[in-house]
Design a protein. Sequence first.
Length: 95
Amino acid sequence: MQLLLAYLNNHRPETPHIDMHLAESDARSLYQAGEARLGTDEETIIHILSTRSAAQLTASFHKYRQMYGRDIEKVCVILSSSPIIGLESFIELEC
């Protein structure tokens, strides 16, 4: 529910422009908010997913795979016990 509300309330840019430095930074932040810690930092994950364009998220997810050797979709299975319900479905829609 939190993710859906954040997605609806934020004004995401929908441009094809991709910032590769931001993609790397977001990949690192997503890792540290999820896999790298016990529990999840939902606020960081929700912020990134709800404020980045689809093109920027795709670049971040590719960078995540490159940096950590795992697809973000597989990480969602690990995070599925988190209160961020719908995270996996959201990411599938964005990619």
